[in-house]
Ligand binder design. Structure first.
Ligand SMILES: Nc1nc2c(c(=O)[nH]1)N[C@H]1C(S)=C(S)[C@@H](COP(=O)(O)O)O[C@H]1N2
Ligand SMILES: [Mo]
Length: 325
């Protein structure tokens, strides 16, 4: 996805974590499990972990499985989904987030819901989680880069939160913002994160944001989101390319005009505002007709709206999807 000619692999770093314990699901003490990240003027450096640093594990969540909104396709393993990530705040490499987000502190966490609404409010994330019963939804996730995964997310529709705010008639879009915290996020300090404009921002049309498939994710695989997957609160929008599913959200605003989005700003010819999964509209540099499901050898056909056309296609009727890519 990176379009700049910078080579993040040239950054010196210490690979301190064996693959088998790259993510720790239980709290434990171990020699080198907690790769810390420190700041240095003008760039990033990685300190080696001390001998007995502990790693906090994801707490179990209470939820009920929602079969109506879940695919019965084979899920990817927890390991696949937590060691092959895009989270540029922690580096551009697929294994960077699992290595460098380990110490990411996502509690306490405040989310501001603001803009064109009657009831703007700053929430503690725990206050948001309590707004509705948590559901497990097994969704397909298709990255614009041509790979895909099947993930059991835990959350509930974003609309539950949007309703609380009582959007005004002038509100036509919803804008999202990831936390800006360069002390914690090495990718926000210079080229390690590809030199994107931080913080990461995304947006949806209001009706898309209110669609029952668009969920706020708090967990996966029965537990709270691990650091590399965007805790404590992220979007999951299964019919759009993965980059629309913004992680570690701290601001949600109702706005009148189509908001700026990070990848559109970075490369407008390559990444549109809508970014609905569409096998008939190729990326300028590669075909979108097929994808590789992680763990599989052969590529499979990419489905229109990532297989969610029955539920979402009507939102785009009459729109030229080549123009609104
Ligand atoms: N803040 C933020 N959100 C982000 C990204 C990112 O770099 N930063 N990457 C996006 C992309 S390209 C994808 S494919 C998904 C990956 O989610 P996962 O690592 O949990 O599978 O997160 C999306 N959300
Ligand atoms: Mo992606």
């Amino acid at each position: 996805m990176l379009i700049k000619k910078k080579d993040p692999s040239s950054l010196p770093y210490c690979e301190v974590t064996p693959k088998e314990i790259a993510f720790n699901r239980r709290k434990f003490l171990t020699g080198a499990a907690a790769a810390g990240v420190g700041a240095l003027a003008g760039g990033a450096f990685y300190r080696m972990a001390g001998p007995e640093e502990s790693v906090e594990a994801g707490a179990k969540l209470n939820f009920t499985h929602n079969a109506q909104f879940s695919t019965t396709e084979k899920q990817n393993s927890f390991k696949d989904v937590t060691t092959y990530n895009n989270f540029y705040e922690f580096g551009t490499g697929k294994s960077d987030p699992s290595q460098y987000a380990k110490d990411f502190k996502s509690s306490p966490w405040t989310v501001s819901v603001e803009g064109l609404c009657k009831k703007p409010k700053k929430y503690d994330v725990q206050g948001i989680i309590k707004l509705a019963a948590l559901e497990e939804r097994i969704y397909r996730h298709r990255c614009v880069e041509g790979w895909s995964i099947v993930v059991p997310w835990i959350g509930f529709p974003l609309n539950v939160l949007l309703k609380q705010a009582e959007p005004l008639p002038k509100a036509k879009y919803v804008a999202f913002q990831t936390v800006y915290d360069p002390k914690q996020m090495p990718g926000q300090r210079g080229f390690f994160g590809g030199g994107l404009d931080w913080p990461y921002v995304e947006g949806l049309r209001l009706d898309e944001a209110q669609h029952p498939l668009a969920i706020l994710g708090f967990g996966m695989y029965g537990e709270e989101l691990p650091p590399q997957d965007g805790p404590p609160i992220r979007m999951v929008i299964p019919w759009k390319y993965g980059f629309k599913s913004i992680k570690s959200i701290m601001k949600i605003s109702f706005v009148a005009d189509q908001p700026t989005t990070t990848w559109n700003k970075e490369a407008p010819q390559e990444y549109g505002f809508y970014s609905n999964v569409n096998p008939t509209v190729d990326h300028p540099r590669w075909s979108q007709a097929t994808e590789r499901r992680l763990g599989e050898f052969f590529r499979r056909k990419t489905l229109m709206f990532n297989g969610y056309a029955d539920q979402v296609a009507s939102m785009y009727s009459g729109m030229d999807l080549r123009k609104y890519y």
